[in-house]
Write a protein that binds this ligand. Structure first.
Ligand code: CUA
Length: 337
């Protein structure tokens, strides 16, 4: 956005639209503030009482005037609604073909893990010109991840996943913050996002190839937690439903309803399996509440997602768009929903 404005730099595909909407709201507010105060001052002078016995003529009211001052504000507020909804949906609709980054907030740090396994704390490296999808949760209280230069700010909430995407448009180093008061060191819960040229990013990734990918770590947990005994060694199913191809599908539950198997559903089914039991299976699975950390949960989710990408899209899903898959997308990155 214009440098004369006291705004943070505009560095994502959506930030200029957020700025434009914000300026529009400010402009409308300023216009009507000046108009109303101008008219008030004018009327105070023009219609002041000139002598103590002056009695004003009674006013009958005017349908025309009342209609006008109802319809015009309605139209103006609808422009705000429509424009705001457009920006909102653009931001909150899940991104397709995005690099996925898992985010866990905790008092008082931000932990990131890339789909290829690299871990970071209070630092996040991403490529420029590519969509990045954050899948986020928290180990303790509510935090809020705020990237001023990207104009995004989203809560991480205990017990659920929130997602957000962005596409950075300029390489650089940008501050991010926790924007929800979360205790003593809330103000220290911040860091930097490093937006890199794609080749630099590839170098950074290969230079930091130390960790196991979340999907591989999830595979190990799948074995060590004993999931194999009911869901099968290759998630093909047994006493429990098959998990192969589960992610993104719509399993039917024992109450006849179906549910979208997204990250949140998988998480809930691990922690509280009785909540949504797949039809044809008994409520026999033990709850894993308290036995797995948020990071481990994300790893199991990543493993189950990786099983789904290996399979063709289910009937309930639309085929992925024909647009070119960005070359930097790691293999473990699943298709968008
Ligand atoms: Cu975390 Cu404030």
């Amino acid at each position: 956005m214009q440098s004369w404005l006291p705004f943070p730099e505009s560095a994502s595909t959506l930030s200029s639209e957020v700025d434009a909407l914000y300026l529009y709201l400010c402009g409308v507010t300023l216009f009507f503030t000046l108009l109303i105060y101008g008219v008030v001052i004018y009327f105070v002078i023009r219609y002041r009482r000139r002598n103590p016995s002056e009695i004003p003529r009674p006013i009958e009211g005017s349908i025309k005037l009342e209609t006008l001052w109802s319809v015009i504000p309605l139209l103006i507020s609808m422009t705000m609604f429509v424009w705001g909804a457009k920006v909102y949906f653009a931001q909150y609709r899940p991104a397709k073909n995005a690099l996925e980054v898992y985010v866990v907030g905790k008092q008082w740090m931000w932990k990131f893990q890339h789909a290829t396994g690299q871990r970071e704390i209070n630092e996040l490296h991403v490529p420029v010109g590519q969509r990045v999808k954050l899948i986020m949760t928290t180990e303790d209280v509510i935090h809020d991840l705020f990237f001023p230069e990207f104009r995004i700010k989203v809560d991480v909430v205990p017990g659920k996943y929130t997602t957000q995407w962005f596409e950075a448009t300029k390489p650089g180093r940008y501050h991010f913050f926790c924007a929800e008061y979360c205790g003593m060191n809330h103000s220290g819960m911040r860091g930097y996002i490093e937006v890199m040229e794609p080749t630099e990013y590839e170098n950074w990734l290969s230079g930091n190839a130390n960790g196991t990918s979340p999907a591989a770590a999830g595979r190990n947990l799948y074995e060590s937690l004993g999931c194999v005994s009911c869901h099968g060694a290759n998630a093909e199913g047994g006493r429990g439903p098959a998990l192969m191809g589960l992610y993104g599908s719509k399993p039917v539950l024992n109450n006849g309803q179906s549910v979208l198997a997204d990250e949140g559903y998988i998480r809930e089914s691990i922690l509280n399996p009785q909540a949504k039991v797949v039809t044809g299976f008994g409520p026999i699975m033990p709850a894993f509440q308290g036995q797995v950390s948020e990071e481990q949960l994300l790893q199991v989710v990543a493993y189950l997602k990786s099983l789904s990408t290996a399979k063709p899209a289910t009937a309930t899903e639309k085929p992925p768009p024909a647009s070119a898959q960005p070359s930097a997308t790691p293999k473990a990155s699943p298709k968008g929903k």
